[in-house]
Structures are given as structure tokens and as C-alpha cells.
Design a protein around this ligand. Sequence first.
Ligand code: PLP
Length: 405
Amino acid sequence: MYDSDKMGFSTNQIHAARPEKVGPGPLATPIYQTSTYIFDSTRQGAARFALEEPGYIYTRLHNPNADEAAARIACLEGGEAGMITASGMGAITATLWTILRSGDHIVSDRTLYGCTYALFTEGLPRFGVEVTFVDFSDVEAVRRAVRPETKVVYCETATNPDLKVVDIAAIAKAVHEAKPDVLYMVDNTFTTPYLVRPLKLGADIVVHSATKYLNGHGDVIAGAIITRQELIDRIIPCGLKYMTGCAAAPFDSFLITRGLKTLDIRMDRHCANAMKVAKFLEGHPAVRHVCYPGLEHHPQHALAARMYEHGGFGGVVSFELDCDRARTAQFVDNLQLCTLAVSLGDAFTLIEHPASMTHNTYTVEELAKIGIGESLLRLSVGLEDPDDIIADLKAGLDKIEEEKQ
Ligand SMILES: *Cc1c(COP(=O)(O)O)cnc(C)c1O
């Protein structure tokens, strides 16, 4: 019997929750490209619908490929149970549509992924759910924002794009003291369980955009939810089954399982490359400011050094150029190796302009409040040779400096 508790992270990302040998015994789990499953008898069909007998019914609920990916991610996160969804937004909405009802309240960090922010400011309020935004670097302010009707406390491990690091253990303690049954939900997309395991730090629910590092190859849209079995048992028949219908495709689930096998070595390289790039950017006169938790001047550097595992600080670096928006756009358009695209966690180095792209759901005033300027760029450092990434950036930055002379 495989015992994941006795194994290390690298072993678990390959072996945990492997299905039992089937048919001719393929090493890789076959892709179960099927919408539905055959019942042996009407009695069996009825027993499965009544949840009296385990087994497959229909791929919107369960599929062997999705279940394998989910169980493996749950193991890596140190969670009891998990499920896979068709997107990261599917993971967030399937969870919230299961937990919340009209009149409920959420306390959320102010800096969020753009679509999560739109859900909290536009989507949920239409259904009578109120959201209070607080800066999660102020733990006492988060505690004070919790009310009797607060159901969920929500943040991202490292905020996007400014890379503020949230003290998950301190927030978990404060909000559970304020209201023991509050569900503390953390979007762990940027850090992955290789760097941070929010459930071990006191969070109740972890969500992911598996589109990013978990898959790691830029060819899948998917999400994941990891939490207690009891909650997964509520989210599948509600949030997934009829509130969102956001089931992950069998092939996409297969690709995530495949991507997970190299999560640790990819993350090590992303982190090492990002650190080199951040240090280079910090020393260039055309760069006004660099946000990267691995740099000593980062406001939460000490916290990140304590909270992050495996000695890395993530693969995303944000930086502000010392020029206006038009010149910033020109800089991006002239890059040769860094590719202009949103998303992150890919082998390719990707660059984007948050104010006009991922964070265009924020107004100009809101952007200023969370420190997203017009010349801020977000770089998802890929797996290329770091010197090549740096050379590409340097060519553009040198040109900005030359023009100032
Ligand atoms: C991309 C992303 C999401 C949304 O995930 P999709 O897979 O695109 O739906 C949510 N949170 C964060 C932090 C993300 O980067």
C-alpha cells in the first residue's frame, strides 16, 4: 500500500493517488474520454444516485482522470479531499455558490485577480452578498472587519500583480478567534503547494487556477479546490453539479496529472530565474521599482522567507518603468524573447500590462489605491536560460535610458 504520509513531495507529485492497475496495466492512466458510465442494473444506478454505493455516474460529477488529479493535488496541499474544475474561476465560484446565501458577508483582501475582483464587486452583490475589502497586511483590520454574518474570508497567498505576501497563519488565527466557523479561503495559484501550504497554516479552503503552475505548460484551462471531505461532498453535488456545471474535461485532467510530475523541478527553476531577473531589474536605472518577495527591500521579505518552503520566492516579478504609459507599451512591443500574453506559470516567459489587461476591472482610482501604476509590468519568468531573458529585457531598458540622455 502506498502511504503518502511517509513519502516526500517529489514522490507524491508522481505517485500519490495513482489508480489501481486496470486492463493491460498501462503505466500512464488512460484518458477516460466518456460522458457517462454503464450501470450493471437499475438497482446499482439507483444506489449510486442515492450515494449508497461508490462509483461513476456522469462526467460532470466524477471522472477517473479528474479524480486522480484532484487527489494528487489534495495530497500535495496536505488537504483531506480535492476536486478539479474547468477553470480557476470555476473553482472559486463553485465553492462560493455552495457556501453563500443572500445576506452573507465576505471579508476580502483589496488586491485580487481581476475576475475575482469583478465577482466580488459586480457578481455577488447582485445576489445580496456584501464584500468588505481590507488590506490583508493589516491583520487587526481583517479581524475588525469580521461580522456575525461573515461566512468567508478571502485572499491570495501572494497578491497579483504587486506580490504582497499575506501572513496566512496570523490571518487564520485572527479570523477564527473573531468567528470560529468562518471559512478562510486562500487562492494559492501564485505559490503552489511546493512553496506554501495554506491548509497547514490554518486556512480552511485552498483554490487554484491549475491553468498556471500546476499544469505548467500553458495548454489547459482548469482549477482545483482542496478542503475537508465534508465540504467537497457539498461542493460537488451543488456548486459543481448544478450551480456552475464547471466540470474539467478528461483530457485536461490528464494533462494536469502529467504536469504535476515535474512541479518541484519547474518551481525551483522558475524561482531561481525570477530571483536573477529581479536582481538585474533592481540594478537598472530605467526601472523605478521592483516587486519580488525574494528581494530584501520587499516589505514582506522576512515573512516570505519564513512562510515559503523550499527556499524559493515564486516565479512572478512585477516592475515599474521610469517612463510614461506610451513608452512602457513601446518597451513591451519591442521585446523579442519575452512574450506578450496574460497568464503565468508557463515554460515561456510572459509579460503583460496589468492596468490595461488583467486588472482592467479596477477603475483608475482603485488601481492607484492598490499601487498599480500605468508603467507597471508583470513578468512571469519562464524556464529559459536566465541570461537570455535578462538580455532581452536589458536591450529595451538600455534604450529607455539612452533616450533620457
Ligand atoms: C488565472 C487566475 C485565476 C483564474 O483562473 P482561470 O483558470 O483563468 O479561470 C484565479 N486566481 C489567480 C490568482 C489567477 O492567476
